[in-house]
Design a protein around this ligand. Structure first.
Ligand code: CP3
Length: 343
């Protein structure tokens, strides 16, 4: 058994599988007491830069839940910090950028990325691949739009007003910024692939803030440069966003092998929008895990049934595990997915 024969990689490729593979976005993190313990007194960015901690935190949910894939413990802002931006990840808030990027002059502070800038990530991946054996490791990066939103707003936003002001008001600066971010993201993902990850996920978490026309004009070309540039790498490329029902077709066209779907769109309907040549990933509402087990089971069975009507299904939540989630629910959900979907 090798990673390429794993249920996860096979489902990404639309090949037949012994069971539907399952992993969870944010499976490593505050839902796990062992994570909270190991992070005591260590900042988020610092923990992402220490290969010993990255390895242990990445392995924690694999040991506990028996998921079909590991996801590298890191963050989407790690490469932009490595490219010269002064930022922090504040607990309960998210990334906070000291001096946001709003002008052409500001853009000069965002250097092109080299593999050496993120050598700690390559080291972490090598350590993990040695530990994981036949369990695939998923690498990831933030997509240009989602990264730009943090850089321009200076932190999380509800309305993306400053982001959209630049997008509509100064398209030249906008495209220059997104081109730079596409370069950074491409190098970050290529570094992870060269070090041994078995798949990559491009998180465009906040792309759902856009209309399809604006997505196609202002975002898709840059994400397509990232995903298209990895076509020769031979690893499945997953493309994910939240609230993207109307963007699913375009997000597939950007060059994905698998499109991540949130809980708003049933997977069989998603496949109608995405087309028969791509697999889908998702899409149990993370909030369902706060209901009783019979509700979780009913909803998971529905997601699996809808997933059977797609070319390939990787079971996941529709977005990340919420910090207050009872981890035992996740363990039980993995068992259920494996047993219900066994072929
Ligand atoms: O298990 C995994 O999925 C891997 C780890 C991972 C993290 N961040 C760790 C993390 C991944 C894949 C990310 C990606 C990420 N980071 C995204 C895209 C995915 C998504 O959720 O849409 C985004 C938008 C970010 C930016 C970010 N970083 C946010 C919004 C937050 C949460 C802030 C908070 O405290 O609520 C972070 C911090 C972060 N990244 C944590 C973890 C485990 C929590 C920090 C902590 O434990 O103190």
């Amino acid at each position: 058994m090798t990673v390429n024969d794993s249920a996860f990689v096979r489902a990404c490729r639309g090949q037949d599988v012994p069971h539907t593979p399952v992993w969870f976005m944010r499976q490593a993190g505050r839902s796990l007491p062992e994570y909270r313990k190991i992070r005591e007194g260590v900042g988020m960015l610092e923990s992402c830069r220490r290969p010993d901690l990255v390895t242990e935190i990445t392995l924690q949910p694999v040991r506990r839940h028996n998921v079909d894939a590991a996801i590298l413990f890191s963050d989407i802002v790690v490469p932009i910090a490595a490219a010269g931006i002064d930022l922090d990840i504040v607990a309960g808030t998210g990334p906070v950028v000291a001096e946001p990027i709003r002008t052409a002059g500001d853009l000069e502070r965002l250097r092109p990325l080299t593999a050496d800038d993120v050598s700690f990530v390559a080291e972490s991946v090598r350590l993990l691949v040695g530990e994981l054996g036949a369990t695939p490791l998923i690498g990831f990066a933030g997509a240009p739009f989602t990264l730009a939103s943090y850089l321009i707003e200076g932190g999380p936003s509800r309305t993306y007003t400053k982001t959209k002001a630049m997008m509509y008001g100064d398209p030249q600066l906008w495209h220059a910024l997104l081109s730079r971010l596409a370069q950074i993201t491409s190098v970050f993902l290529r570094t992870q692939i060269d070090a041994g990850v078995s798949a990559v996920q491009l998180f465009d978490s906040w792309a759902g803030a856009l209309s399809e026309a604006d997505y196609r004009e202002f975002v898709l070309p840059h994400s397509a440069r990232v995903l298209g540039g990895l076509a020769d790498a031979g690893v499945p490329r997953i493309h994910f966003g939240v609230g993207t029902s109307i963007l699913l077709g375009a997000m597939g066209e950007a060059g994905a092998d698998v499109v991540g779907v949130d809980w708003r769109t049933p997977l069989d309907q998603a496949t109608t929008l995405i087309g028969p040549e791509r697999s889908v990933q998702g899409n149990l509402d993370p909030a369902v895990l706060f209901a009783t087990w019979d509700v979780v089971e009913r909803e998971a069975r529905r997601v699996l049934a809808e997933g059977r009507r797609t070319p390939g299904h990787v079971f996941n939540l529709g977005h990340g595990v919420l910090p207050d989630t009872n981890p035992d629910m996740l363990t039980r959900l993995v068992e259920l997915v494996h047993s219900v979907s066994a072929r």
